[in-house]
Design a protein around this ligand. Structure first.
Ligand SMILES: NC(=O)c1ccc[n+]([C@@H]2O[C@H](COP(=O)([O-])OP(=O)(O)OC[C@H]3O[C@@H](n4cnc5c(N)ncnc54)[C@H](OP(=O)(O)O)[C@@H]3O)[C@@H](O)[C@H]2O)c1
Length: 288
């Protein structure tokens, strides 16, 4: 069972692409998330240049947790240059059936588990063959390698087309005060209409919070933080969390107290006029 809390712990920065956790630190972070009610962990084969899933899996194995007490998301379809196991010549995408299936099998091996709770096609390839992607996802579902399937960073039209072949469970896309396009480009409402779980990455703009050169936005965030007696990060989470279509939010932090801060945000809701104050600041202009 996926926890009711709308937060998911993103692991992209837990390995060599960020904090470079030791196994003990992975265990501590996983345990901390579970204690906060965050039971789902977001990963991808490429994180840490294909090393983070193995490090995460090692920690899970050491912890000996029951498999139904947590959920794992993984993604595949991106090939990084000069890195094992593919040693691609340049960064590119591969959404072929053979690649997606073998990438999932590799992730399962690294994670030391029998199944993924959710598998996402990481990015749409310009060479994507829709029927083949659908066949790969169907194969993964039918053979019990994954429980649910979805996509990430797809356009409205691409979701529309792929979901004519098979129902999608989840769409993970970027959305934040710094990248608010999902509120108007249709993907969010498409999730509602098709009963696809909307999942947001980069809720703090990938770390630009506090460093942004949008003065109006910084001021609006600071004012709201004072008004609601929460932190600036919590205002950024609330901006997403307050939307009536319930989105799950994938956090990116590597700091345990900041994970707690995200989990605690569930206690708040922004008034509609405050949401629009932030939106106006994010867009740099009044709504038409
Ligand atoms: N599907 C995709 O294509 C895709 C792409 C990117 C990411 N993702 C997933 O989404 C997750 C989140 O993405 P993201 O890392 O860009 O998210 P984010 O939450 O927008 O950014 C996280 C960064 O913000 C920093 N930060 C600064 N102030 C913070 C504060 N007060 N509270 C929390 N963090 C603060 C964090 O540093 P500290 O660690 O020092 O707190 C971290 O470096 C990733 O881990 C990954 O699982 C998916």
């Amino acid at each position: 069972m996926m926890s009711n809390i709308p937060y998911i712990a993103g692991t992209m920065r837990w390995g060599t692409w960020g904090a470079n956790f030791s196994t003990a630190q992975y265990c501590k972070a996983i345990q901390h998330c579970l204690e906060q009610g965050i039971t789902c962990f977001d990963g991808a084969d490429i994180y840490g240049h294909y090393t983070t899933e193995a490090a995460f899996g090692k920690a899970l194995a050491e912890m000996g947790l029951e498999r139904d007490k947590y959920q794992i998301i993984s993604k595949a379809g991106i090939l990084l240059p000069n890195a094992a196991p593919y040693f691609a010549q340049l960064k590119h995408y591969n959404t072929s059936k053979a690649h997606l299936i073998s990438a999932v099998q590799r992730s399962l091996q690294d994670l030391q588990t029998d199944y993924l709770d959710i598998f996402l096609v990481h990015r749409p390839s310009p060479l994507m063959h829709l029927q083949e992607v659908a066949e790969a996802l169907t194969y993964l579902l039918q053979n019990g390698l994954v429980k649910k399937v979805g996509v990430s960073n797809f356009s409205f039209e691409q979701v529309e087309l792929l979901s004519s072949y098979l129902p999608l469970d989840c769409h993970q896309f970027e959305c934040s005060l710094w990248r608010p396009q999902a509120f108007t480009n249709g993907v969010l409402h498409q999730c509602q209409q098709k009963n696809i779980q909307a999942m947001v990455w980069g809720p703090l703009g990938g770390g630009v919070l506090g460093q942004e050169n949008q003065e109006q936005l910084s001021k609006a965030i600071a004012q709201m933080a004072l008004k609601y007696k929460v932190s600036a990060a919590q205002i950024a989470y609330l901006f997403i969390q307050s939307h009536p279509i319930s989105m799950q939010i994938v956090t990116g932090t590597t700091q345990l107290e900041r994970i707690t801060e995200a989990a605690n945000t569930t206690a708040y809701t922004l008034a509609e006029s405050d949401w629009f104050t932030l939106y106006e600041a994010a867009m740099g202009q009044e709504v038409p």
